[in-house]
Write a protein that binds this ligand. Structure first.
Ligand SMILES: [Zn+2]
Length: 133
C-alpha cells in the first residue's frame, strides 16, 4: 500500500469528520453534505476495510421501530420512515430498526468498517469513544 494514497484518504477522512463529525451518509446529508462528499465517505469506509478496530468504525445510527415511544414527551416530531427504509437489527442490542438506503449501501459495501446500531446504542458507543480520548 503506497503511503501517498493512504494519507490522501486520511486527509479526506479528517476533513469530513471535522466538517460533519460523522461519516454516516444520512447524518452527513442532513448536515448539508453533497453527493461528492457522501461518495467520498462511502469510499473511505470501504477502503478502511477489514480488521478495523471497533472504535474507528463508522457508526450508522438507525431509528429503532419503537422510536416514537422513545421520543414521547421530548417535543420532537414523530419519526416516520420513508418507503426506502428497510427493517434490520441493531448490531449490539438486536432491536428492530429502520435503515436508510444510503446507510444500507455503505453497510453492504463496507461491513468491516461500519457499525449498524440503533440510536440508543449509537449514543452509547459515541459516549464510550468520547471517554477514551
Ligand atoms: Zn441497539
Amino acid at each position: 500500500m503506497e503511503d501517498g494514497k493512504r494519507s490522501a484518504f486520511d486527509v479526506a477522512r479528517e476533513a469530513l469528520l471535522n466538517r460533519y463529525g460523522t461519516l454516516d451518509p444520512d447524518r452527513m446529508r442532513t448536515l448539508g453534505a453533497d453527493d461528492v462528499e457522501v461518495g467520498a465517505a462511502v469510499n473511505i469506509a470501504q477502503r478502511d476495510g477489514q480488521g478495523m478496530p471497533r472504535e474507528r468504525r463508522v457508526i450508522l445510527a438507525c431509528p429503532p421501530t419503537n422510536m416514537n415511544e422513545l421520543l414521547e414527551g421530548t417535543g420532537n416530531p414523530r419519526y416516520v420512515p420513508t418507503v426506502e427504509h428497510s427493517l434490520t437489527r441493531c448490531g449490539d442490542c438486536g432491536t428492530d430498526m429502520w435503515i436508510g438506503p444510503r446507510q444500507q449501501a455503505v453497510a453492504v459495501r463496507a461491513p468491516e468498517a461500519t457499525l449498524v446500531l440503533c440510536m440508543v446504542c449509537a449514543i452509547r458507543e459515541t459516549e464510550r469513544r468520547g471517554r477514551c480520548r
